[in-house]
Design a protein around this ligand. Structure first.
Ligand code: PGA
Length: 246
């Protein structure tokens, strides 16, 4: 059975004080959110410990936004899997388009990070998606299949989330039509060996489009950037109104 995972990606936002402020607003909304869905906050490294302590015993799980493939070493600015799990981190975003675009992440380095994350006991969220030019040129499918093929070499699909994030829809307010997102997510599923991998959609997910997105049969959750920074808004997203898999 596919799990529903509603994840926030805070990117480089929120100091510890701001993270705690968010929690105050968010946890008060939790009671109304059905327990058929996992709720994850992927936060800056500096917020991991304080959130993990504050969330002890809560249903909210914590994720990071990057992990290095070595267990330790001279890799200035990087972080290892055990450094993350020691703080209670459960998930990690890998291969986000911003890492690919600004920090030279490739399918090969994403693959190394995925394997290291799993080895450390983390569940990686692999992000894939096409640019506007690739979409306009009719290359969406081939680009994503290539990302999956190279990214998933020797990756255990029993402990994996994939996020379909069309780059042109990230942070732009230009959401991919939910039926089109559903189509691409279905294609991604057809390339996986485990049919129960959770596949999310990401890209301008908001409180006012979440119900339509989650009504799509292939979509098992969302990866939310901007709208996850607001406690009430993210609570509405996590509280999407569509009964899945009942
Ligand atoms: P967005 O970002 O929701 O702000 O479009 C999504 C993401 O980058 O994961």
């Amino acid at each position: 059975m596919r799990k529903i995972v509603i994840a926030g990606n805070w990117k480089m936002y929120k100091t510890q004080a701001e993270a705690l402020e968010f929690l105050r607003g968010f946890t008060s909304e939790l009671e109304t959110i059905p327990d058929d869905r996992d709720i994850v906050l992927c936060v800056p490294f500096t917020d991991l410990e304080i959130l993990s302590r504050s969330l002890h015993g809560s249903r909210i799980q914590i994720g990071a936004q990057n992990v290095h493939w070595e267990t330790a070493g001279a890799y200035t600015g990087e972080i290892s899997g055990s450094m993350l799990t020691e703080l209670g981190t459960r998930f990690v975003v890998v291969g986000h388009s911003e890492r690919r675009q600004y920090f030279c992440e490739t399918n090969e380095t994403a693959n190394l990070r995925l394997k290291a994350a799993q080895k450390a006991g983390l569940t990686p969220i692999l992000c894939v998606g096409e640019t506007k030019q690739q979409r306009d040129a009719g290359d969406t499918e081939s680009h994503i299949f290539n990302q999956l093929e190279k990214g998933l070499v020797d990756v255990n699909q029993q402990n994996l989330v994939v996020a379909y994030e069309p780059i042109w829809a990230i942070g732009t307010g230009d959401t991919c039509a939910s039926t089109e997102a559903n189509r691409v997510v279905g294609l991604i599923r057809s390339k996986l060996t485990n049919p129960n991998v959770t596949i999310q959609y990401g890209g301008s997910v908001k409180p006012d489009n979440i119900d339509e997105i989650m009504a799509q049969p292939e979509i098992d959750g969302v990866l939310v950037g901007g709208a996850s920074l607001d406690a009430k808004g993210f609570a509405r997203i996590a509280n999407y109104q569509f009964p899945k898999y009942q």
